[in-house]
Design a protein around this ligand. Structure first.
Ligand SMILES: C[S@@+](CC[C@H](N)C(=O)[O-])C[C@H]1O[C@@H](n2cnc3c(N)ncnc32)[C@H](O)[C@@H]1O
Length: 283
């Protein structure tokens, strides 16, 4: 199919709809993004213009097309141990501090550790499994502990891949040191499968951060990285306010390395450890 051009009216139609569905803000210069990312949907729905595609998506009561639109329009860029510093922070500061506070004598061989961790926009799972690897390295046999990692994302495709736990050599080359690959992945045909023990720490769910998530309960550690950058300031503010309500009083929030919530949510205060910043609730 030759490239279908989007008109300014269609761009507004789609941008408003995507913002309502997901919070993702596309500005008026993003017409090319819609044109390129929706080529497949135009083809698969047999549509030759964006107005008709919009009508088809809105008329689809199964919401399948809505899911496909979100899959196409979300940026699922991620990799193992992305930015590395947050995972050093987790391993050397955040979890050891929680162990000190939660376990008598800080002896994890004698008492089980209970930890609930949430990766709030987990994409295809690399963030979740990087956290799982850190837990395994710190705790040894994780089956002696009650540690769980919840990975959520708005994209059906991303959550399915995360849950599957298989990665291509290209995924693996991005961020995973060879020693960790050999220790925590098994080769199956042309894919690498995450170790069963680490897989069993994780649960994945489709979840739109624009919707209520208070039912998830409280967490010790929340990763919300590289997703709020797509939201306008007001939505970002509300998101972090709602996240603050799900963090335990001594819990930690980790955001993306280029992000800041200093002016966004006054209930958090930033803490620095080596090269990293994390957030805790003001006491
Ligand atoms: C760039 S990835 C970040 C993945 C991972 N946190 C990282 O930093 O490597 C952004 C993810 O946010 C998800 N996302 C976008 N809008 C969302 C929303 N409203 N609710 C939940 N997830 C959303 C996308 O599907 C995408 O997988």
């Amino acid at each position: 199919m030759s490239a279908v051009k989007i008109t300014p009216e269609e761009l507004t139609l789609f941008s408003d709809y995507i913002a309502t569905l997901s919070g993702i803000h596309l500005n008026s210069s993003k017409g090319y993004l819609l044109e390129t990312r929706l080529v497949k949907m135009l083809r698969e729905t047999g549509t030759d213009n964006f107005t008709d595609l919009y009508k088809k998506i809105r008329a689809d009561i199964s919401k399948k097309l809505e899911g496909q639109l979100l899959d196409a329009m979300t940026t699922n860029e991620t990799h193992f141990f992305r930015d590395s510093a947050p995972f050093d922070l987790l391993q050397h500061k955040i979890i050891p501090d929680l162990i000190d506070r939660r376990i008598p004598g800080a002896d994890i061989n004698k008492s089980p550790l209970t930890l609930k961790i949430w990766s709030a926009a987990c994409s295809t799972g690399q963030e979740v499994y990087s956290i799982g690897i850190v837990l395994k390295e710190l705790l040894g046999d994780t089956t002696n502990h009650n540690v769980t990692i919840l990975g959520t994302d708005i994209s059906d495709e991303a959550v399915t891949k995360a849950s599957w736990g298989y990665y291509s050599p290209i995924d693996i080359e991005r961020g995973l040191p060879p020693a960790k690959l050999n220790k925590y992945f098994n080769k199956e045909n042309d894919k690498w499968k995450i170790d069963d023990e680490i897989r069993s720490l994780a649960t994945f769910k489709k979840l739109n951060l624009m919707n209520d998530f208070s039912h998830l309960g409280k967490f010790d550690i929340i990763f919300c990285r590289n997703v709020a950058i797509y939201f306008p300031e007001e939505k970002k503010k509300l998101l972090f306010q709602r996240i603050s309500k799900l963090l335990k009083p001594d819990g930690a929030l980790i955001i993306g390395s280029t992000e800041s919530i200093a002016t966004v949510c006054p209930s958090f205060e930033s803490k620095r450890y080596l090269r990293s910043i994390y957030y805790q609730l003001k006491q």
